[in-house]
Design a protein around this ligand. Structure first.
Ligand code: ADP
Length: 198
């Protein structure tokens, strides 16, 4: 049996989705594609894209659906994503869900991992990250804005995917290893495992 692993990980800021997404992608042998990382790398390298999105991301606002969609579509067209991928940070609203549907063939996504973390826990983790990493969008104001955008615009995408029966809600409180194990168990229950080496 061949199983694809076309995955999305969704969770509020501070839920640990970047860390868990990277671990799961590694375990499954698929690329982790983080739109936030793409933007940060471009800002750091001073590319035209970076210049375009610098002020937007620093304020905690969303980059346009068109621009973000173009980046994701191009990335998904690369060879290493042919056997599967894990998207982190995309889609972030219902419009982006529709755009992503258009980038994929009719089979669509295999699973959407929802990482569930109480708001005070994610706030505490973000405050710590702000101290440790000094991300320019980890100011109190930008964090509050991103969390409210999450609740208003991103949480509703889960309803769309729930109707398709592909959401696994994972308790995001615990040790990193425990949470990774919860996710791999949930995916394995859907038949999504690392393909055996040939
Ligand atoms: P966080 O989840 O902590 O907000 P991300 O690394 O996912 O961090 O994203 C950082 C910033 O990049 C966002 O605040 C937003 O400006 C931009 N961004 C990332 N993904 C998207 C997206 N799908 N649509 C629009 N903007 C995005």
């Amino acid at each position: 049996m061949t199983s694809t692993a076309r995955l999305v990980i969704v969770g509020p800021q501070g839920s640990g989705k970047g860390t868990q997404g990277a671990r799961i992608a590694e375990a499954l042998g698929i690329p982790a594609i983080s739109t936030g990382d793409v933007f940060r790398a471009n800002i750091k390298a001073g590319t035209p894209l970076g210049e375009q999105v610098k002020a937007i991301t620093a304020a905690g606002n969303l980059v346009s659906d068109e621009l973000t969609g173009r980046i994701v579509r191009d990335r998904l067209a690369q060879d290493d994503a042919a056997g599967g991928f894990l998207l982190d940070g995309y889609p972030r609203n219902v419009r982006q869900v529709e755009d992503l549907d258009g980038f994929l063939d009719a089979a669509g996504l295999d699973a959407v991992i929802e990482l569930s973390v109480p708001r005070d826990e994610s706030m505490a983790r973000l405050a710590l990250r702000a101290k440790e990493q000094g991300r320019t969008d980890d100011t109190d104001e930008a964090i509050a804005k991103r969390l409210s955008i999450y609740e208003r615009e991103t949480a509703p995408i889960l309803d769309v995917y729930r109707e398709r029966g592909i959401v696994d809600t994972i308790d995001g409180v615990g040790s990193l290893d425990e949470i990774t194990a919860r996710i791999t168990d949930a995916l394995a229950a859907r038949g999504i495992t690392r393909p055996a080496a040939v």
